[in-house]
Each structure stands twice: as structure tokens, then as C-alpha cells.
Design a protein around this ligand. Structure first.
Ligand code: C2E
Ligand code: MG
Ligand code: MG
Ligand code: MG
Length: 282
């Protein structure tokens, strides 16, 4: 059976991605080695309050520089999921992000929130919740400074188990966002039952805003949905002022994208924050 699955996987990969099984196995080994040798690092892309234009948080994004060549997480995350390495890797990213919030707090950014992408493989792991709690207590991070991003497709699986897990996560004080929102088919009634805090408009719909007369209709619908369900909305992939203006006019509270800042290393984030955020007064 495993063999069959591998074969099916092989066919799938070679047809859809032009990547064959030996290449995938090589990448799997290289990724593990990179992780063990600390060649992976986390960058942080600022998230902006569109009205005040100040930074309120950042999304943690994993980076792998392999002998001078950057490999996209869109390529290596699926490999990490397939090999199971995502469990360790995901825990490590969460830990880095927690430590970063603690560091920022010491510098006066008390309410700066860091969002972490959670893979469905991690999320389904029976120890996920205990790992989350352990990481929070080990790092002494405030749960209010941590947000987990799950995708819309993850938010649609097994409703009862999911509802329970989201309630338990929320009880720790950690927030939940639904990433790449608009690409799936979640219904309003389903969403209403879930303990989530924020919807993240997928970049595709942000791009569309300026492309046609009705280009903003999906973004608009998501913002309206957020308003109806009392959820915050953040737009991802905001690249220009026109998009920002329209989103803002539609009532989108938060934005993230190259218009505001690229993903930054921890040191670059420090420097960027000097210019773009006011530390909260004590
Ligand atoms: P995502 O979570 O939807 O992250 C947003 C992606 O859009 C990031 O790509 C970011 O660099 C990119 N981006 C941000 N602003 C703009 C913009 O204005 N224009 C354009 N064209 N792109 C923009 P990145 O870093 O390559 O990550 C790709 C995906 O890989 C992420 O999509 C996420 O699904 C996954 N990923 C990244 N880091 C992690 C991680 O630590 N764990 C897990 N499980 N997945 C991760
Ligand atoms: Mg994300
Ligand atoms: Mg996203
Ligand atoms: Mg996306």
C-alpha cells in the first residue's frame, strides 16, 4: 500500500511539478541537514493598521538558503510535510516567533502580534495543543501576542474535532486567523461556529481589485462577512497605493504586503520598527 501511494505520489509530483522522486528524496535529506545545521531562519513581514499606518504585528515566514540559492517555502513545506519533518520544524518556527515577541516586548512593543503559519500535518498531530502550551510557557511569551494561521481548507475539515481544538487554543489566549481566505468554500454558517478571530484575504483577490470593474467584489464580500461575524480582516499581498486605498475604503482594517514592507530578518525588523511604530507608552 505504501508503495502504491509512493507511486501515485511520484506520478502526481512528476506530472504536476516536474519534480521526480529522487529529486524529492534529495531535497528531503538536504532540508533535514539544513535544519540540523541551522541554515533555516525566520523572517517577519510587518502587518499594518491601514488607518494609522503603524505596524501592529508581523507574519513569521520560514526561509531556506541552500548554498546561496533561496528555496521557496511553497516548495519545501510540502516536502517537510511529506517527510514528517514539519512537526519539528513547525515547533521550531513557533519557538522563534515566541522568543521574538518576548524580545520586542522588552523593547517596548507590548502588543506586537506575531502570526505563525500552521501546516495541516502539525494541526492534526495529537500533541499539537500540548506543544503550543509548552512553547508558550518555555519562552514566557504572552499568548496575546501569538496568532496561528490555518488555511480555509483546514477550517472546513471534521467540524466537531476542529471546533473543540479551536476552543482549546483560544482558551490559551492565542488567536486564530484563516489564511488565504476566499480560495475555499467555507460557508457563513460554518464559520460562525468556529472560534476564529481574523480572516486573511488571499493575495489573488487583492490583486484583482484594480484589474476590472467588478474586481473588488470578492474582497468586498469578505470584508462584509468579517463585519457580520465580528471578525477582523487583513489583506495580504498589498502592493500599491490604489489597492490600499480601495481596501481601506471598503473597511479593511489591516494590510500586509510589499507596499509596506518585505519580510525582514529580526535585525531588519528592529530597524524598520524604529521608523514605523511607536512603542506603547508605559
Ligand atoms: P502565506 O502564508 O500566504 O504567506 C504569504 C506569502 O506572500 C509569503 O510568501 C510572502 O512573502 C508573500 N508576500 C507578502 N507580501 C507580498 C506582496 O505584496 N506580493 C507578493 N507577490 N507576495 C507577497 P513566502 O514567504 O514565499 O511563503 C509562501 C507560503 O509558504 C506561505 O503562504 C505559507 O503557506 C508557507 N509558509 C511559509 N512559512 C511557513 C512556515 O513557517 N510554516 C508553514 N507551515 N508554512 C509556511
Ligand atoms: Mg500565512
Ligand atoms: Mg496567506
Ligand atoms: Mg496566500
Amino acid at each position: 500500500r505504501a508503495k502504491l501511494q509512493q507511486r501515485a505520489g511520484h506520478l502526481y509530483f512528476s506530472r504536476s511539478m516536474g519534480i521526480d522522486i529522487s529529486e524529492r528524496v534529495n531535497m528531503m535529506h538536504a532540508l533535514r541537514e539544513a535544519f540540523e545545521e541551522r541554515q533555516l531562519y525566520v523572517v517577519y513581514q510587518p502587518q499594518i493598521d491601514m488607518l494609522t499606518r503603524t505596524a501592529v504585528g508581523a507574519e513569521a515566514l520560514l526561509r531556506w538558503c541552500n548554498e546561496g540559492v533561496m528555496i521557496s517555502p511553497a516548495r519545501f513545506i510540502p516536502i517537510a510535510e511529506y517527510s514528517g519533518l514539519i512537526i519539528e520544524l513547525g515547533e521550531w518556527v513557533l519557538r522563534q516567533a515566541c522568543l521574538e515577541t518576548v524580545r520586542l516586548k522588552r523593547r517596548g512593543f507590548d502588543h506586537f502580534m506575531i502570526s505563525i503559519n500552521v501546516s495541516q500535518v502539525q494541526f492534526r498531530h495529537p500533541q499539537f495543543l500540548s506543544m503550543l502550551k509548552r512553547t508558550l510557557s518555555d519562552t514566557e511569551a504572552s499568548p496575546h501576542c501569538i496568532e496561528l494561521e490555518i488555511t480555509e481548507s483546514m477550517a472546513m475539515e471534521d467540524p466537531d474535532a476542529l471546533t473543540a481544538l479551536l476552543n482549546q487554543i483560544t482558551a490559551t489566549g492565542v488567536s486564530i486567523a484563516i489564511d488565504d481566505f476566499g480560495t475555499g468554500f467555507s460557508s457563513m454558517s460554518h464559520l460562525q461556529k468556529l472560534n476564529v478571530d481574523r480572516l486573511k484575504i488571499d493575495r489573488a483577490f487583492v490583486t484583482e481589485i484594480t484589474e476590472s470593474a467588478r474586481g473588488s467584489s470578492i474582497a468586498e464580500a469578505i470584508i462584509q462577512l468579517g463585519r457580520n461575524l465580528d471578525l477582523d480582516v487583513i489583506a495580504e499581498g498589498v502592493e500599491n497605493e490604489r489597492q490600499a486605498t480601495i481596501l481601506s475604503e471598503l473597511g479593511c482594517a489591516y494590510g500586509q504586503g510589499y507596499l509596506y514592507a518585505m519580510p525582514l530578518t529580526s535585525d531588519e525588523l528592529d530597524e524598520w520598527l524604529q521608523q514605523h511604530a511607536q512603542p506603547a507608552p508605559h
